[in-house]
Design a protein around this ligand. Structure first.
Ligand SMILES: NC(=O)c1ccc[n+]([C@@H]2O[C@H](COP(=O)([O-])OP(=O)(O)OC[C@H]3O[C@@H](n4cnc5c(N)ncnc54)[C@H](O)[C@@H]3O)[C@@H](O)[C@H]2O)c1
Length: 259
């Protein structure tokens, strides 16, 4: 019987109730990993069954911990719950993220800071508590969610672009610091992906057209990335197939950045 590439591995996915995080959690479980989910809410934003229930159906262990990734105490509890229930932690996916879509002229300092707190401080804290454990085991895989907007910008998302650029810097800095401990730290940079996150664009043909025009590739006629595409990339970065990769990112953007 094929046990899967990640059989016996234990993972955490933040923001794993919905969208890309949910797809990553399920892709890791499909390859045999146990997955703890840390999110503000247990219910998927898009509706449907809870991620933990889907994973248990697949035959892996899974549980939910209510977590705000911007709160240090919450992240510490999430990581220690995973270690006490699973025995150890091999894979940390810092996926929880938010955006503010409006002109910089209308964005308050607090709104700007909140995006940085969730997207950057959240990834830092998730990494920090996972690393505390991984350092002593001298192995581990950390995956941060960057974005096509880590490399290029659009108007009206200045806080988001700033945060996702910083995620690349964080990924590189931690990769260098923890390379001597055999820990791989990389990022995935998705292009426009069909989740609740991008819903504001779906009903807006001008916005959707702009995204479509910037994406040269089509899969079955569709330009939007599917959450499952990111899930399979996460499996690669979580597995030994990527053991010589660290401090880098993989764009999964249908060619957005190739223009
Ligand atoms: N959808 C896209 O087009 C796209 C493109 C590039 C990068 N990304 C990144 O991928 C990640 C996931 O995005 P998505 O499209 O699945 O979004 P989503 O809104 O569908 O899901 C995000 C999940 O994160 C959770 N979350 C939000 N704030 C949190 C917090 N403070 N603590 C814990 N959990 C929190 C939400 O509850 C939700 O379950 C984000 O980091 C996002 O920036 C998305």
């Amino acid at each position: 019987m094929d046990m899967g590439k990640l059989a016996g591995k234990n993972a955490i996915v933040t923001g794993g109730s919905s969208g890309i995080g949910r797809a990553i959690a399920m892709a890791l479980a499909t390859e045999g990993a146990n997955v703890a989910i840390g999110d503000l809410s247990e219910s998927p934003r898009e509706g449907g069954a809870r991620t933990t229930d889907e994973i248990v159906k697949m035959g892996s262990k899974s549980f939910f911990v209510q977590t705000d990734v911007s709160k240090e105490g919450d992240v510490e509890k999430l990581v220690s719950a995973a270690i006490s229930k699973f025995g150890n932690l091999d894979i940390m996916v810092n996926n929880a993220g938010i955006t503010v879509i409006k002109s910089a002229l209308e964005t308050t300092g607090d709104e700007f800071l909140r995006v940085l707190e969730v997207n950057v401080k959240g990834a830092f804290l998730g990494s920090k508590y996972a690393l505390k454990h991984m350092v002593s085991r001298k192995s581990g895989k950390i995956i941060n969610l960057a974005s096509n907007f880590s490399f290029t910008a659009l108007g009206n998302i200045s806080a988001y672009v700033t945060s996702k650029t910083a995620v690349l810097g964080l990924t590189k800095a931690l990769a260098v610091e923890f390379a001597p401990f055999g820990i791989n730290i990389n990022a995935i940079a998705p292009g426009a992906t069909k989740t609740e996150f991008t819903r504001p664009f779906w009903g807006n043909s001008e916005g959707l057209n702009e995204l479509a025009q910037r994406t040269p590739f089509r899969k079955n006629g569709e330009f939007l990335v599917k959450p499952g595409d990111i899930g399979r990339t996460a499996v690669f970065l979580a597995s030994e197939d990527s053991d010589m990769m660290t401090g880098t990112s993989i764009l999964v953007d249908g060619g957005w950045n190739a223009w």
